[in-house]
Design a protein around this ligand. Structure first.
Ligand SMILES: CC(C)(COP(=O)(O)OP(=O)(O)OC[C@H]1O[C@@H](n2cnc3c(N)ncnc32)[C@H](O)[C@@H]1OP(=O)(O)O)[C@@H](O)C(=O)NCCC(=O)NCCS
Length: 186
């Protein structure tokens, strides 16, 4: 059975391994990484798909100001383990993430990804017309979704990261290792 739940610190190394498998190390060079690096994801919007205790999917959303829309989010990366593709897990992660984002009061979500996949969740290239990212992007892959009607209609300008800062080690160290480090320092 597939469970969608919030990510915990103990999931970080499995999530990173999944992302390495899906995107390779080049993932850190993507333009969207500039909106994520050193930041915490939005509260309650880092989700994991789990099957029999194994992490098989991940999606996270991050606070951004999208050309003046201050309560927007950027979604990504989204990945599902290769062995579990086409079982609807990606769709479940997306729907859970978008529902939670909507319930939390966010007005819009942007992402860079394949329109052929994301249009099924109502993402559209037309909604990012007035926006640009802090780096190169293929315009046909730069997509937006309004969670509140008209939210992106006046969006114009640069998309800027606005999430809370974290230290890099908080993103990469599994919780057990962090506890050990704290114990050793005490
Ligand atoms: C994209 C991804 C998350 C989808 O996960 P998933 O659990 O297989 O997705 P779902 O089961 O909800 O949907 C599967 C359907 O989406 C299609 N699909 C998957 N990736 C697609 C893409 N990039 N473009 C168009 N369609 C895509 C599949 O062909 C499948 O179609 P079908 O239902 O007609 O068989 C997964 O393929 C993945 O991790 N890919 C590698 C990482 C990646 O590229 N992530 C970002 C996508 S831009």
């Amino acid at each position: 059975m597939v469970t969608i739940r919030e990510e915990k610190m103990a999931d970080v190394s499995a999530r990173e391994a999944l992302l390495d498998e899906a995107f390779g190390i080049e993932r850190f060079e993507k333009t969207c990484e500039r909106l994520r690096a050193g930041r915490l994801p939005a509260n309650g919007l880092a989700l994991i798909a789990e099957v029999d205790g194994e992490i098989v999917g991940t999606v996270r959303l991050w606070h951004v100001n999208a050309g003046g829309v201050s309560d927007a989010l950027v979604l990504g990366p989204l990945a599902v383990a290769k062995s579990m593709h086409s079982k609807g897990i990606g769709a479940r992660l997306m729907r859970a993430a978008l529902n939670r984002a909507s319930l939390a009061g966010h007005s819009a979500v942007i992402l860079v990804g394949d329109a052929a996949y994301y249009t099924r969740f109502d993402f559209s290239v037309a909604l990012t017309d007035g926006l640009w990212l802090p780096g190169p992007v293929e315009r046909e892959r730069f997509l937006g979704l309004e969670l509140k009607a008209g939210a992106l209609s006046r969006a114009f300008g640069l998309v800027r990261a606005t999430g809370e800062w974290t230290s890099m080690d908080a993103q990469s160290e599994p919780l057990d290792e962090k506890i050990d480090i704290v114990r050793q320092a005490a």
